[in-house]
Structures are given as C-alpha cells and as structure tokens.
Design a protein around this ligand. Sequence first.
Ligand code: TPP
Length: 579
Amino acid sequence: MTRMLGSDAVLRSLEAEGVEVMFGIPGGAILPTYDAIARGTAVRHVLARHEQGAGHMAEGYARASGRVGVALATSGPGATNLVTAIADAWMDSTPIVCITGQVRSDLIGTDAFQETDATGITMPVVKHSWLVQDARDLPQAIKSAFHVARTGRPGPVLVDIAKDAQEGELNFSYPDEVDLPGWRPPTRVHERQVHEAAKAIAESKQPIIYAGGGVINAEASAELLALVEAARLPAVVTLMGKGCLPDSHPLNYGAPGMHGSKYANWALNKSDLIIAVGTRFDDRVTGKVSAFAPGAKVIHFDIDAAEVGKIREAEIPVVGPLKLALSQLTRDVKALEADRPADRSAWHAQLEEWRALYPYKYRKADGILKPQTVVERLRDLTAEREGDVVWTTGVGQHQMWAMQYLQCEKPRTFITSGGLGTMGYGVPAAVGAKAARPDATVVCIDGDGCFQMTCQELATAALERLPIVVVIVNNGWLGMVRQWQELFYAERYAETHLTKQVPDYAQLAEALGGAGFMVDSEDDLDSTLQAALDCGRTAVVDARVDPNENCYPMVPAGAASVDILELPDELEDTERIMG
Ligand SMILES: Cc1ncc(C[n+]2csc(CCOP(=O)(O)OP(=O)(O)O)c2C)c(N)n1
C-alpha cells in the first residue's frame, strides 16, 4: 500500500492495466490527473485536438490492437464531445475506457461551471459507468471498468471522476479481482447446442456462414477458417467482419448487404442454413426482414444472448465465446463429415456462377478519375505490404468502395464505423491505429465531407509522430446523400454540394503539419499515391474524382436484399452534375 493522491492512483491503475497510450485533452475538472501526468507516468499521452478525435483514436487503437483503448477528457463540453465516439464504440462493440473529470462532488447537481451529467448522458451507450466521488474508490472502479470493457461482448465504459476525488488521498493497491456480481459473461458453450448445429450443417444442402465483427473481437479468425475448410463451407463476411477470413479465400464470398455484391446477397438469401457467427442481422444486411432468406434455418453463435433472436429467430442458438464454440463445432462437423461426407457441389457451382455473373463493376470514362480506380490502385500499390497495412475509412460512398475493392487478408486491418456510421471517424481512427501498429502503413480512405469533420487531428498525427496517409476521395459532394437524392428524391440536391476546391486539401494538409498532394487524372494516380505512401510523413492526397459516380450494387432502403440493383446499363436519365 502506498499513500498517494487520487490523480496518481488513476495513472498507477492505468499502468497496472498495461495501458501503453491514452488519447485526450485536459481541462479544469481533469487537471489534477494531468498534473499527475506531469509528475510522470509510463503511459504515453497523445494530445488530440477535439475530444471526439480522442475517442475515435482510442477506438482505432482498440480495433487495431485488440486491447482496450483509453480516452481522457474534462467535464462538460469535454465529456459531451466524447459522446459520439462512445456511441460509436457501443454500436461496433469496441472496447474503450473513457475517463472524464467531473466538478467537485459538493457541486454536482448545482449547474456548476462545466457540469454535465456525463454518466446520465451516456447511459444508453455504455456497457457500464462509474461516478467516483471518493479517491478510495478509484482503483476498484478502474479495474472494473477495464474488466467490463474487454470481457463478454466488448464495448465502451465511462469512469467519471469528481475533481475532489482526484485531489483526495488513498492508500493505493491495485486489486487483483473485480467484485461485480451483476457481470458474468458466458465462458463456455452448450455442448448439445453445438452438436445440434453440427447436425444441421451435415444435413444442409445450401449452407452459408454469415460472419461479422464479433469474430474479430473474439480473436476467432483461425477457428473460423478451420470451420470453413473442415466442411468446405462458403461464407459471407460483413463490413465489420472484413479481414476475419482472408478476402482471397476461394470460399469467401465477401460482403452482403446494401452495397455488398449481388452474389453475396443471393448466397445468404437463397441458402437453406445460415450459420451466423458474431453478427447481428443488421438492417443494412437483411434489407426487409420479412423477405430475408425465407428458406433458411438459422444457427446463431454470439457471446451476447441479447443479439440471438433479436431480429431473426434462431432455430439453434449458441451463446458463448466464439473461439470455443467454433472449435467445438469444427470438431463435431469433422466427425459427422468423416462418417457421411456431404455433397454440396451443386451449391458451390451455383455460388461460383453468381460470382462470375455479378462481379463488382464500374464504367471508366476518358479523362475522368473514377473513385473506384483510386481504391483499386491503392490496394494494388500496397499489395506487397500485405498484412502491414491498416485501413480506416470515413462514412459514405468511399467507405463502401473501400469495402468492395480492398483486399484484407488478416483481422484488424480494416477499421470502419459500421453501426453508427460516424462521419469523421477515419482520420482519428487512423491515428489511434498507428499508435497501436507503429510499423504498419496506416491509410485512411476518406470522403471530402468526412475529412472536414475531424481533419484537425492531422496536427495530432504530425506532431505526435504518428504518420498516416489520408486519401480523400474528393467528389465535391456529400456523395452518399447525393446518391439517395438522385435515386429516391428525384434529383433534388438539397444542401449536398461541397465543391472540390474549398478547402484546398493539399494546402490544408501542409498547414496542419503534413504533406499535401493533389491528383485529378488516372495517368498521375500511381505516382501521386506512391509519393504519399513513401514520404514517411503524415500525408493527404486530394484525389479529385467523378462527382456523378454512384455506388452499386445497391439495395434500396426497405427493399428485400435479394432485389439488389446492379449498375444500370445507361446513365442517360441523370444529367451530369457539376463537380
Ligand atoms: C456525423 C454524420 N453526419 C451526417 C451523416 C449522414 N451522411 C452519411 S454519408 C454522408 C456523406 C458523406 O460525404 P463524404 O464524406 O464526402 O463521402 P462520400 O459519400 O462522398 O464518399 C452523410 C452526410 C453521417 N453519417 N454522420
């Protein structure tokens, strides 16, 4: 036991958790803890430029490393600026611990300067939160926060610490155990359910694995691959799951959903058995639920019982850790296959036929740089760095093109905001990913709209020596919204035009301490991208692309996902809009 201040106890606790880096911005109510940082800590602090950025950095760190990300902020506006990142982490099951300062305990509830009810505001989007008003409670609260964030289904946790608790004294010792009677995530799976699942697979003629981000969170990629190969089971992989099964694997049919391929959507919808693994039947995947995969039985593997049967009834629910569940399933599937190997050649042939018939495609046009070409060239230019590239994205068309055209062979290499769809996620998530993987090339594929939401974090990247490469797919529009206006609102383009020229992104990059590049032709594309990738500094490529390009295929919102629209033959109904 060592006598110390609460603020020092915060840092000793983070050190005891093995935290390497925290992202934050100081302010009045968290100042005692920043003063403790000045006294010394093994934890690196990265000074963000906006708390939302700090939160997304913590998320990017967590997603790239598999460890808990940490963000720090002051009370009031500091805490409210973190809310978007907390909600994002909640939707995408990303483990982060946010530590916020709170006004002194005797001022709580008085509308004191910079007082907001941080635990109240975040209540619906945290796994749990603590409001600490006594220094002596800090070690147990922080220990519990990390435990809750990382165990079971991961997610965000908030520890809000009154200023006087940071200034108070305690006898510090970091607890070995947590005492949380209400938090008992499953640690095993039901053998009989797993066996039922294996039997259903053995009987199925047209099975499909539907794998999601939960596989990555559970570090269960190797087990998924073993299952796929044990019985030659084809798989589709969601946006959040990208990388959990190598994109190059012949049985990986890629992403289903609103902008997934027609063949992946058909594979899912026309199967007779869906083996859902760490995924949640999100509306962007199912489309109209009542029309989704009408002939399929469902096996649903998830660590979170609340997800099973939430959207689609599961005939065979299996709740528990995926790593364990999948390895037991593979064992049982292999045993059944050894007795009676299944012949699914007709299904495999059908899937291959669809894949050949409906590849992702777009039309090139003379003298116009296509956004898909930018993503394809980035993919090819970085191919030899395979596994050492971490991609992040913003939200919009560019995100969907990244999903369609990037090739991810390993988990934790594709980091995107799936559930909340948070514009502005890409740049700070890249900074966090770079802190987690300093030797990797971290590339953010961003939209011009998204970039403008959090581009100030380029200064963080530049000054904290966390160089990232940002490629802005600059179509001059809030492109995805423009696409909806074109297709569903009779081309009434209300408030979606940004212009390609303002701001001048290359100059903005320079102003924020990075290197700026601009390219507007396919001829110069490779050399420009290569220069940015090789410059060793934080770099921004302003890639000026066709403003008219739409992202296909597309399931219109509310439609059945089997009725996915392919790239139209003609573009004649739409007049070309201004760049
Ligand atoms: C914070 C936030 N505000 C608004 C939206 C709605 N929205 C979704 S995509 C999009 C357009 C994104 O534009 P841009 O970053 O230029 O990407 P593009 O679609 O053109 O590739 C908007 C406004 C959102 N997802 N997030």
